[in-house]
Write a protein that binds this ligand. Structure first.
Ligand SMILES: Cc1cn([C@H]2C[C@H](O)[C@@H](COP(=O)(O)OP(=O)(O)O[C@H]3O[C@@H](C)C(=O)[C@@H](O)[C@H]3O)O2)c(=O)[nH]c1=O
Length: 185
């Protein structure tokens, strides 16, 4: 009913709920707390966020909230597609500073679980893309931080040409990883 596959960074998981098709179309349980618990994902989601991006190449990120409001995020796409990226910021992790990515689309129904301790961002691969995600802590503007999307030490492949990318002004000013304080042990 629920397919859970770890990425190259174990804590980041690709989750695919079973989809039932019939003459009308499709049905799937996009979140079922009991099934997630059966897979050891015992998170308490408290807020859902939805973001619509008009243009292909819209990059949002890389974002995170610091403790005590650090957020686990469970992302999926309702329309269009994105490349979704998680960067490990856990200092004692063997994969500190490494990133993983996964293409999430309305069609593939994949979800990405990005735990607290990671910076998160995505780039739209189609116009009119809608991303929906659950988070385990409420929005806390004072705890919001970011990491430079174009940090050369990360060299994230956003899958769209750099000159086609569209960012909010605030996302052009985040520090690079080497200048980032330690927020997560
Ligand atoms: C994140 C957030 C924003 N807002 C408001 C603030 C602002 O006026 C408007 C847009 O906010 P932002 O520019 O921060 O939206 P956005 O850049 O899409 O922020 C999101 O990016 C992705 C990559 C994440 O991982 C999320 O955690 C979140 O940081 O929505 C809320 O009301 N609640 C929230 O939880």
């Amino acid at each position: 009913m629920l397919n859970v596959v770890p990425t190259a960074i174990e804590a980041v998981k690709v989750i695919t709920p079973k989809s039932f098709g019939d003459v009308r179309g499709l049905f799937s349980e996009t979140y079922n707390q009991q099934r997630f618990f059966e897979h050891g994902i015992t998170l308490n989601f408290v807020q859902d966020n939805q973001a619509f991006s008009k243009e292909t190449g819209t990059i949002r990120g890389l974002h995170f909230q610091t403790p005590p409001t650090a957020q686990d995020k469970l992302l999926r796409v309702l329309h269009g597609s994105v490349v979704d990226v998680a960067v490990d910021l856990r200092r004692s992790s063997p994969t500190y500073g490494k990133w993983v990515s996964e293409v999430l689309s309305a069609e593939n129904g994949k979800q990405l679980l990005v735990p607290a301790g990671f910076a998160h961002g995505y780039c739209t691969l189609e116009p009119d893309t809608v991303v929906l995600y659950k988070v385990t802590a409420y929005w806390s503007p004072k705890d919001e931080r970011g990491l430079a999307w174009d940090d050369p030490d990360l060299a994230i492949d956003w899958q769209v040409p750099r000159d086609k990318s569209l960012l909010a002004e605030k996302d052009t000013r985040w520090p690079q990883l080497k200048a980032l304080p330690t927020y997560f042990d």
